[in-house]
Write a protein that binds this ligand. Structure first.
Ligand code: GDP
Length: 608
């Protein structure tokens, strides 16, 4: 404690995730070297410029008397944009709201016909009749369908499966309004059907079920409806509120009905309007490097209007829109809300799910992109040191109100996963804790499981029962800070989770009285303040015990403690009933003859 770093008095300092001791030192006007020394004293060797974990920042803050508030990447991005006078919410003029098409993602089990369905929908573009046009795969397309006599547009994300969906959500981009869940009528509900369903539910996105392949003789569409009731998707014809549509993607049967159902579901459950004026904001859906054209990105405009010539920044990439093309390869001069367009002119390839925005000039977008790149490097480095575990969740929960344990269960067979889940729900779960299984499935722990966990706003632990994650998946989990636990014996898994659940509870404390003393005399000392000469009336008085002072039965001082205790001239650790003692109550000097001092301690109540 001699290294000379300044001591705060609870001042709040804001640090971005992944900040270094140098950044910390800047904020408190200290020498970075002194903070390195402080951390060393605390038992951690870190260099001044190394990006450190949240925990390290908080620990150092607490040690030095500063309240460290770690700024989330989203907040930080807002702050970054604010430096350029960009306020995402204010940026787009909201005077003119237009209704926008819903954005649809197709998900479902492998081979159930997602790709065929996407093709079929594209071909069903009846109004425009783009016949002959060669549709390019740009990651998203728009179709028009007549609905109630009006031409309605629909935007379809052209990447089947839920990987893209969750990757985007993990980056904080909610792109999809409606999920079309494809289930083959000849195969029924399969593991990835459930996986897709859980992804949609986790994102709180309404689902329309496309019961596919009804042209097949062995098709049993009613069985699909029945199976899905078990997962909370009840067909309208069974009194539920989910629309099921029988289709056959290959021959193109029922596609219009499916699109109608999507529009009906959108109209019933979603408010689909967006401002059309002002600089564009949205999300990058897909991007790649093209030999001839350089970085090519498909973006989905969510607010405002994007125009050729605009300066844009998408994640850490920036540039000026040199040209925009639609899914038919035709040039587009402007794109409004829910319009996907392929953008040429970026200097680098953004990631899928990166947000983009148009700004005043090239310089602004370049600076924003550069700062984001720097921040990402720092954050990804810091993240590798940060990993929530059942234990840290326990810690968090002790402190705060958060009381849910979120799990993804993966096992080697549906039997074992069910057994594990059953056993978990048979645990005596205290009312204050919510145990949530956000996804369950059979097979190895996949990237998609990790993405689902990391997209969640709360910590999620993945449980692998007799299954493992590949090295690649493990790396992603490390990077995203998702905890994976492996078990081979059910009871061991249950035991640990049970312990975590018990630990999750904020411990309940009760006050236990230790003793009381009556003040018989007060001695004044210039050095240590007023000393109370007491006789112990009950129990024992211990040094350092918590205490309160009562005068005529009312509490005059609470939250004090016996800071010194003497028997005659000698220091004592405790004094028993019937004996005399001298004591002080820290800084509290207002002691009077006749006052009663009660001492007590807080004991944790054991849980049943
Ligand atoms: P994905 O893995 O979900 O994208 O499935 P695909 O779209 O690749 O389809 C898997 C297989 O099912 C392909 O051989 C398709 O031709 C076939 N298929 C898809 N839809 C239908 C359909 O409506 N009827 C029939 N009979 N076959 C279909």
């Amino acid at each position: 404690m001699s290294s000379g770093a300044p001591r705060g008095q609870g001042q709040v300092i804001r640090l971005p995730r992944g900040a270094s001791l140098s950044d910390f030192a800047d904020k408190i006007n200290a020498n970075p070297g002194s903070l390195v020394q402080e951390m060393f004293n605390l038992g951690e060797m870190v260099t001044a410029t190394q990006s450190v974990s949240d925990d390290t920042l908080l620990l150092l803050g607490e040690h030095l008397g500063f309240e460290v508030s770690i700024v989330s990447p989203e907040d930080e991005d807002r702050e970054l944009l604010a430096q350029f006078n960009i306020d995402l919410d204010a940026e787009v003029a909201t005077e003119r709201l237009v209704s926008r098409p819903p954005v649809v993602t197709v998900m479902g089990h492998v081979d159930h016909g997602k790709t065929k369905l996407l093709d079929a929908i594209r071909k069903a573009n009846v109004v425009e009749g783009e016949a002959g046009g060669i549709t390019q795969h740009i990651g998203a397309y728009q179709v028009h369908v007549p609905h109630d006599g009006v031409d309605r547009a629909l935007t379809v994300i052209d990447t089947p499966g839920h990987e893209a969906f969750t990757a985007m959500r993990a980056r904080g981009a909610q792109v999809t309004d409606i999920v079309v869940l494809v289930v083959a009528a000849d195969d029924g509900v399969m593991p990835q059907t459930i996986e897709a369903l859980n992804h949609a539910k986790a994102a709180d996105v309404p689902i329309v079920v496309a019961v596919n392949k009804i042209d097949k003789p062995e098709a049993n569409p009613d069985k699909v409806r029945q199976q899905l009731t078990e997962y909370g998707l009840v067909a309208e014809e069974y009194g539920g509120d989910t629309m099921f549509v029988n289709v056959a993607a290959k021959p193109g049967i029922g596609i219009e009905e499916l699109l109608e159902a999507v529009l009906l579901t959108a109209d019933a459950s979603l408010e689909l309007t967006a401002p059309i004026d002002g600089p564009a904001q949205g999300v990058a859906i897909e991007a790649h490097l093209d030999k001839g054209r350089g970085a090519v990105a498909t973006v989905l405009v969510q607010k405002g209007t994007l125009r050729a010539g605009d300066s844009i920044v998408a994640g850490g990439a920036h540039g000026r829109v040199r040209a925009m093309l639609d899914e038919n390869g035709k040039p587009v001069s402007e794109a409004g809300p829910a319009r996907p367009v392929m953008v040429l002119g970026l200097t680098a390839v953004p990631g899928a799910g990166d947000t983009f925005l148009a700004a005043e000039d090239d310089r602004t977008v370049r600076q924003i992109a550069e700062q984001r790149q720097a921040r990402r490097r720092a954050a990804s480095f810091a993240n590798s040191h940060r990993r929530p575990s059942l234990e840290t969740i326990m810690e968090q929960l002790k402190e705060g109100e958060k009381t849910s344990l979120n799990l993804v269960l993966k096992g080697d067979g549906s039997g074992s996963v069910e057994a594990l889940e059953d056993a978990l729900f048979k645990l005596d779960i205290p009312a204050e804790v919510q145990l949530r299984i956000i996804h369950r499935g059979v097979g190895a722990i996949t990237e998609s499981d990790v993405m689902l966990a990391s997209a969640s706003s709360e910590a999620v632990t993945i449980i692998g029962f007799n299954v493992r994650a590949s090295n690649k998946v493990r790396e992603i989990a490390d990077r995203e800070g998702v905890e994976i636990r492996y078990y081979t014996v059910i009871y061991q898994a249950i035991e640990e989770i049970d312990a975590a659940l018990k630990g999750l509870l904020k411990p309940e404390f009760e006050e236990v009285e230790l003793g009381s003393a009556e003040i018989r005399d007060v001695f004044r000392s210039s050095k240590i303040g007023n000393i109370a000469g007491c006789i112990v009336r009950s129990g024992v008085i211990r040094r350092n015990a918590k205490a309160r002072l009562l005068r005529d039965g009312t509490v005059v001082a609470d939250n004090v403690s016996i800071s010194s205790l003497k028997r005659f001239k000698d220091d004592a650790t405790e004094v028993r009933e019937g004996f005399e003692c001298g004591l002080t109550l820290g800084n509290f000097n207002n002691v009077q003859v006749g006052d009663i001092i009660e001492t007590f301690e807080m004991r944790e109540k054991p849980r049943a």
